[in-house]
Ligand binder design. Sequence first.
Ligand SMILES: [Zn+2]
Length: 347
Amino acid sequence: MKTITIRRPDDWHLHLRDGAVLEGVIGDTSRHFARAIIMPNLVPPVVTTADAQAYRQRIMAALPQGHRFEPLMTLYLTETTSADDVEEGKRSGLISAVKLYPAGATTNSHGGVRDLDKVMPVLERMAAIGLPLCVHGEVTTPEVDIFDREAVFIETVLDPLRRRLPDLKVTMEHVTTKDGIDYIKAADRNLAGTITTHHLIINRNAILVGGIRPHYYCLPVAKREHHRLALRAAATSGDGRFFLGTDSAPHVDELKECGCGCAGIYTSLNTMSCLAHVFEQENALDRLEAFASLNGPSWYGLAPNEETITLSRQQEPVQFPARRDTAAGPVTVFDPMFPLHWTVLDK
Ligand SMILES: [Zn+2]
């Protein structure tokens, strides 16, 4: 039996939602992960430190008995966000990052930022106090093709912003293109990127070939194969600027299997098995720990977890449930379209 033991991983980009969905899904994360950066795009969004405090309490209340898990809270940046409130949130230890959604970029992002000039005072304060900005790196202008939105964002928004404010730490979330990978590699400081599990596994064919498959639709949308290969090379390289952010984003099936389905792929349940498969394929199992457990804490200025998890490669494929049932309805689990042999052993 082949096994690998790594420090307990963290998820540096996670959607837990709220209410019945939160209660249904949180155990899938807290079973394997010690910490996660929690996305603030609820309805209404988590805008103030007080909102984040209340949301954190709801998360902790939903945690299954016996699970230890630390939610790292973020604030949703709006054009009226107060720099003082952000600073207070960071100083109190509650707030780990602020999230920039260009207005309309993804699920529940209509309250996002339209004019960066309006949020410069907040960004300047963040640069001064060392609080990272997490960015959803896509432009939302209708003229830009959906498959080009990340590359255009880098050129027209992110690069100008970083030149204007070089002291601001920026986490480029869910990088999906070779352009994004190359841009991060070329930066000398203050830039890192998270990579999702599913973008290491699917390209855009998964969504469209042989029929339209809503459970492979997410934002940023999966790109061409050469982009997927660039993501895999970066994730398995050991480069400290790349680390896991699953962007696991549960929607009940009813909201995905319809005429205008929501964006989001639910991977929390089988992420570690999928990642072990990918890293094994790339002959990089020895770098799985860097990607899932070491590079993220180092970027966020935290110690890696002391606890470990052990993954074991089974002879027979491991069976995962196809859906996670929640009181709001079933949530389809990511199907990597190949058998998974790795499993996290129970302690
Ligand atoms: Zn996300």
